[in-house]
Ligand binder design. Structure first.
Ligand SMILES: N[C@@H](CCC(=O)N[C@@H](CS)C(=O)NCC(=O)O)C(=O)O
Length: 232
């Protein structure tokens, strides 16, 4: 069985979940909910860099979400048809990772307005560039004539932006069309309506992360050092 170990939330594991979904690979979310869960996982020797997520698939223990995404892209023939396609996939996926950082941080911000402002700023930098790439490629996809993992990770990031800012694609019609196309892919549509997709991150997710990693909460939260003290 394919197993994905991570906090009980989307975070840095969500792109891998979308890539498993597009490949229609069944998987189990293994929630790491306590410092002991993480200590046990580290003691198992399956985390080469002591970090989550961990993807157990086909006898492999995969670390680093970028490596997982590319492994699943090769598995599903989602890396384009040439070296040029592949390098475009990598460039777009790299830009998407930079773009997605703002949505990853949103729940950790002091207020929803601060989070939304950060997302708008980030979108105003990257949104038009992704739209321009779709226009120049001219197929409705980011790379080549068909779906690649660049489309999947881009749409996963856009879906996080849309959770916070539902109108964000109003002025980028090609991105909007790509978004609609990818979420209608059978594996993705199935995942998005399944109980496997964990809820959008809120305060409880922020608390869970700090608790598992025994690190400080954001300064605006009550008793931000509560889990750091627990470590002493
Ligand atoms: N580049 C890595 C980042 C992994 C990462 O920072 N994981 C965090 C949780 S989101 C972690 O395990 N932190 C504990 C540590 O670094 O010791 C990836 O995308 O997989």
């Amino acid at each position: 069985m394919t197993r994905l170990h991570y906090f009980k939330g989307r975070g840095r594991a969500e792109t891998t979940r979308w890539m498993l979904a597009i490949n229609q690979i069944e998987f189990e979310n293994v929630a790491i909910e306590t410092p002991q869960d993480l200590a046990d996982l580290r003691a198992s020797g399956k985390l080469p860099f002591d970090q989550m997520p961990l993807l157990e698939i086909s006898g492999l223990n995969l670390s680093q979400s970028t490596a997982m995404i590319r492994y699943l892209a090769r598995l599903g023939d989602l890396y384009g048809d040439s070296d040029t396609d592949a390098v475009w996939c990598d460039m777009i996926a790299g830009a998407v990772a930079d773009f997605a950082e703002a949505s990853m941080q949103a729940a950790f911000q002091a207020t929803d307005n601060i989070a939304k402002a950060a997302l708008c700023t980030r979108f105003s930098k990257f949104g038009p560039r992704f739209e321009a790439r779709l226009a120049s490629n001219g197929t409705g996809f980011c790379v080549g004539a068909g779906l690649t993992f660049a489309d999947v990770v881009l749409v996963e990031a856009l879906s996080s932006y849309l959770d916070w800012c539902p109108d964000i694609l109003a002025d980028t019609p090609k991105l909007d069309a790509l978004y609609k196309r990818v979420i209608a892919e059978p594996g993705i549509a199935n995942y998005l309506t399944s109980a496997q997709q964990l809820p959008i991150a809120g305060d409880q997710y922020v608390i869970d992360v700090a608790s598992v990693l025994q690190r400080a909460l954001p300064a605006h939260m009550p008793d931000p050092g509560r889990f750091v003290r627990a470590q002493a």
